[in-house]
Design a protein around this ligand. Structure first.
Ligand SMILES: *Cc1c(COP(=O)(O)O)cnc(C)c1O
Length: 400
């Protein structure tokens, strides 16, 4: 029997439009009318089902998208935000008080690292960074005041795999919450089904897949989401990172093709990994048996969505990486750009871009080479042709 199938969970959700449209109508209102004053005050207290009060709290378009994301994750509830960073910062700020402690993977998205390492200090919240694949060091880092274990299912940019079930056990033992960023592996991994308490996303990436907007999401229990948007003390209600309803309705439509896109991203990335191996290039792809997290990933992943679209190659020096990237762009392999999950291939040198917030000594400790090129492999119809262009670029830059 097939395990959890998140794509079918999205498909099974029937969301009828206000006037019978196949797509729900787009909310074009910031505030909502009431016929009875009592209903308004009940809604304020969060006691009325199906009523909307004000768009920063809930609006119908954001509710449709949140419901679809919760179905995909197998969680009771979801909430969408204006960026991935706002999803992450809201969850963290909601979980910790001054004097609390967080244990985080050392390799995370650069913005998350900067938030933990630089910004949280202002509020007297301490963060211990650990190698998340070393469960002993995670356990050793735990303290009585540890409120959160934070990781990414597949870490950026080193593509380490987090052992979510084991991390969840450690979190429970210490009464902490396990928060998992699943941006690199939607559908492929379902963190909540594996024991994560809260799942966060940058929907800017694979979920939306069009690079036409920035957006984020939080999936968790009813209790957690309700408390996050509580009018009196909910971080999301008070910090207010509301997603524009026009955007959430367009992301909802893109969510319905996510499974086909993930399959193609994964297929193309696997093809490149196999060819990189043949030509003796140093590369990193969790779909290959050489990857230290390969077996773990196989034990965690849902069937049929591949191993993700992210692959990294190591050219040792930033000079070589830059040269190859410029040639690849001129040959049409894709774009030299940050971000990921786009229909065209994107590549960037992580150390000098999306991870530049991480100090050089920590980059070294993480094992991040300055010549690392991170690829977000696109939906190329002819990936053999794309490989030939990459090969020609490597030769022209005299790397091979
Ligand atoms: C891009 C990204 C973020 C931040 O998301 P934004 O939508 O840019 O705010 C967080 N985590 C990961 C893994 C990312 O790739």
């Amino acid at each position: 029997m097939k395990k959890f199938d998140p794509a079918s969970k999205i498909q099974d959700l029937l969301q009828f439009g206000e006037f019978g449209g196949v797509n729900p109508s787009v909310t074009d209102s910031a505030t909502y009318t009431f016929m009875q004053a009592q209903t308004m005050s009940d809604t304020f207290k969060g006691e009325t089902e199906g009523c909307f009060l004000y768009s920063r709290h809930w609006n119908p378009s954001n509710k449709y998208l949140s419901d679809a994301l919760a179905a995909m994750e197998g969680t009771e509830a979801g909430w969408v935000t204006a960026s991935g960073m706002s999803a992450i910062t809201n969850v963290i700020l909601h979980c910790v008080h001054s004097g609390d402690h967080i244990v985080s993977s050392m390799t995370t998205y650069g913005g998350t690292f900067a938030f933990f390492n630089n910004w949280l200090k202002k509020f007297n919240v301490e963060v211990t960074f650990v190698n998340i694949t070393d469960l002993d060091s995670v356990r050793k880092a735990m303290r009585k005041n540890t409120k959160v274990i934070y990781t990414e299912s597949m870490t950026n940019p080193l593509l380490q795999i987090s052992d979510i079930p084991e991390l969840s056990k450690i979190a429970k033992e210490f009464n902490a919450k396990l928060v998992v960023d699943n941006t690199f592996t939607p559908l492929v991994i379902s963190p909540a089904m594996l024991g994560a308490d809260v799942v966060v996303y940058s929907m800017t990436k694979f979920i939306n897949g069009k690079n036409d907007c920035v957006a984020g999401a939080i999936c968790s229990s009813d209790e957690f989401i309700s408390s996050l948007i509580d009018v009196n003390d909910g971080a999301s209600m008070l910090l207010g990172p509301v997603l524009d309803p026009l955007r959430s309705s367009s992301i909802l439509k893109n969510l319905h093709t996510l499974h086909i896109r993930m399959q193609q991203h994964g297929h193309n990335a696997m093809y490149l990994a196999e060819r990189f191996k043949e030509i003796g290039l140093k590369f990193n792809y969790p779909g290959m048996p050489e990857h230290p997290g390969h077996e773990l990933m196989k034990s965690l992943m849902n069937e049929g969505f591949g191993f993700g679209g992210m692959i990294a190659i190591d050219l040792k020096t930033a000079d070589k990486a830059n040269k190859v990237m410029e040639i690849m762009e001129s040959k049409g392999v894709g774009y030299l750009a940050v971000s990921l999950g786009y229909f065209k291939t994107l590549f960037s040198n992580s150390g000098k871009s999306t991870s530049s917030e991480i100090p050089d000594d920590i980059q070294q400790e993480m094992g991040m080479s300055e010549g690392l090129i991170r690829f977000s492999v696109g939906l190329d119809n002819d990936i053999e042709r794309s490989f030939q262009l990459i090969l020609a670029s490597l030769k022209e830059a005299e790397v091979l």
